[in-house]
Design a protein around this ligand. Structure first.
Ligand code: HEM
Length: 540
């Protein structure tokens, strides 16, 4: 078979005879590979020596391509890898051709609070129902509109109205644990996920879907499963082109099909709640005006964009509510799992918590009001330390340097003496801010007492204030966690109830330092994605 390229007649007529005869398939491939190689070399040389951010310290292999960092993302080790770079190169590190990570308080405030740079396209992997919600809306100006619609729902005074239901759900958890009588281990990941689905649904939709009841009866809870599957779907979806996605979803495997349909299962569930709420509002149009507590979905249906009579679209309401389920369930349940795990290793901390709660929670079945819980010094110290070490979203929070908010001299943003041009991706990560040894001595040690002022020692207030400035488990600035008040209420109530009622231990063959090793996929999880612990009822 001849290797000669057959050129179209018109083109062939114009090509000189020697060229036609010399271009054959093998030499064309060599030519293409050479061109590609030269292009890659030229790009690498440009990134290393001529890029506007070439002066920023960092490993050369991170500067020439995103490939190196991506391998660590795939290994679920990005946080630790970036931390290692800070330890080696200092507080500003180039982690990609166009990406700079920093670990510095002043810069953190400048990026997230003062300049309020837009989010990077990374967040698009978290779209729900193929649509934006507050977390995935990249431009700051568009985000403001979305945030206005949901933020009042999470005001502490409004959330306090939901305390009875939060307590009810937490007591259900206590009953489920009690039914085991400390004889068998319990999957914390599963238990707390169901707890969070019930609690978030109560405040978002106005009713509990019964996730914990299903779990207690051994019935698979479809909504909890869908919330659990959603992140896996998001990761896979972001690697597969849109045209191929429908085909990939047809792969005949039950678990796989369940993962693919997690987005639709959640969207259908929310759609059902939306229709119910709309019908209720239609039947009694003035409902809500006199009510003290309004479910988020109703608030969003009644919301009017400022300066107009326009409401939010059905699609936006569905995506927003789904976004809150996705943002709140995994984060809070992972937090509770790691908190309980830590208590299996620290009998001293468990004893301190129990002593404090025994005093303020005389009836172990009645959870004190949040206003009481948030005044318990040791419980609060424990939760702060837990959020420092096990904050469930400790990853790079990426922003893009904008051209309008840059310094007056030129268009670049001054980051600790380095000029970053518009378009540069900048980020810090809670993982590193929480492990600065100058702010948190012995950062790897779990030490609730570091949050308690030592009486008679000078400078204690400043020391604790400095730690608080560095503590950012919920992010920072205008894009920080919208549901953090709900998370704070829930985590306090759950820890208070569990610690008052149970001793916690681990069967080391199934749960140990290796299985609980932290993996980060934006939200962290244990290496085995499982945290089985034993809860033995306390003696009176
Ligand atoms: C321990 C529990 C939680 C932690 C540590 C946490 C942490 C975070 C973080 C780090 C962000 C992203 C900030 C950024 O991208 O810059 C975020 C965003 C968000 N979280 Fe949470 N979260 C928790 C629980 C919740 C809960 C319970 C809800 C609601 C039910 C919630 C709703 C949201 C929303 C709506 C956003 C997007 C905020 C916006 O851009 O307007 N989160 N959260």
């Amino acid at each position: 078979m001849s290797n000669t390229i057959i050129a179209p007649p018109a083109l062939a007529a114009n090509l000189p005879a020697p060229i036609l005869s010399t271009i054959n398939t093998p030499s064309f491939i060599v030519l293409a590979i050479t061109a590609l190689f030269l292009y890659l070399c030229a790009t690498a040389v440009y990134n290393l020596y001529f890029s506007p951010i070439a002066a920023i310290p960092g490993p050369w292999y991170a500067a020439i391509s995103d490939f190196w960092l991506t391998t660590h993302v795939a290994r679920l080790q990005q946080c630790m890898t970036v931390q290692a770079l800070f330890e080696r190169y200092g507080p500003v590190v180039r982690v990609g051709p166009n990406k700079v990570a920093f670990c510095d308080l002043t810069t953190m405030r400048s990026v997230y609070c003062v300049h309020k740079f837009d989010k990077s396209p990374f967040y698009k992997a978290l779209l729900t129902n193929n649509n934006d919600h507050a977390m995935t809306t990249l431009p700051h100006s568009e985000h403001v509109v979305r945030r206005k619609a949901y933020a009042p729902h999470y005001n502490l005074s409004h959330l306090m109205q939901f305390q009875p239901e939060v307590s009810d759900s937490v007591i259900k958890v206590v009953q489920i644990l009690e039914s085991q009588q400390g004889k068998a281990s319990v999957s914390c990941s599963e238990l707390f996920r169901h707890l969070m689905v019930d609690i978030i649904s109560t405040t978002v939709f106005g009713s509990r879907p019964g996730a914990l009841d299903n779990l207690a009866m051994g019935i698979q809870d479809i909504l909890s499963q869908a919330v659990c599957d959603f992140p896996t779907r998001g990761i896979v979806r972001s690697f597969i082109p849109t045209w191929a996605w429908k085909l990939v979803c047809r792969i005949p495997n039950d678990a796989w099909r369940r993962i693919c349909s997690s987005d639709k299962i959640m969207a259908d569930f929310v759609r059902g709640r939306l229709d119910d709420t709309a019908a209720k509002l239609h039947a009694t149009p003035d409902v809500g005006e006199k009510e003290e507590r309004i479910p988020l979905i109703q608030r969003m249906l009644q919301h009017r964009v400022s300066g107009s009579q326009d409401g939010l679209s059905v699609q936006n309401i569905i995506s927003e509510c789904m976004g809150h389920l996705v943002a709140g369930v995994d984060t809070s349940s992972t937090t509770l799992s790691y908190f309980c795990w830590e208590l299996t290793r620290r009998a001293d901390v468990l004893k301190n918590l129990q002593a404090e709660l025994d005093e303020h929670m005389p009836d172990r079945r009645v959870i004190p009001d949040f206003s009481v819980l948030c005044k318990l010094p040791y419980l609060n110290a424990f939760i702060k330390e837990g959020m420092r070490v096990y904050g469930p979203a400790p990853s790079l929070l990426e922003r893009v340097v904008g051209s309008t908010t840059a310094s007056k001299v030129d268009d670049s943003f001054d980051m600790m003496g380095y000029a970053l041009p518009p378009g540069t991706v900048v980020a810090t990560q809670a993982w590193s801010m929480h492990r600065d040894p100058e702010v948190f001595p012995s950062p790897e040690t779990f030490l609730p007492d570091r949050w308690l002022p030592v009486e008679g020692v000078e400078g204690e207030e400043e020391r604790i204030a400095r730690m608080l400035q560095h503590l950012m488990p919920f992010g920072v600035g205008t894009r920080q966690c919208g549901g953090q008040n709900l998370a704070q209420i829930t985590v306090r109530a759950a820890i208070a109830a569990i610690v008052s009622n149970f001793e916690i231990s681990a069967n080391r063959t199934e749960t140990n330092e290796r299985t609980m090793q932290i993996k980060d996929a934006f939200v962290i999880h244990p290496a085995t994605k499982e945290c089985r612990l034993v809860f033995t009822p306390r003696k009176c």
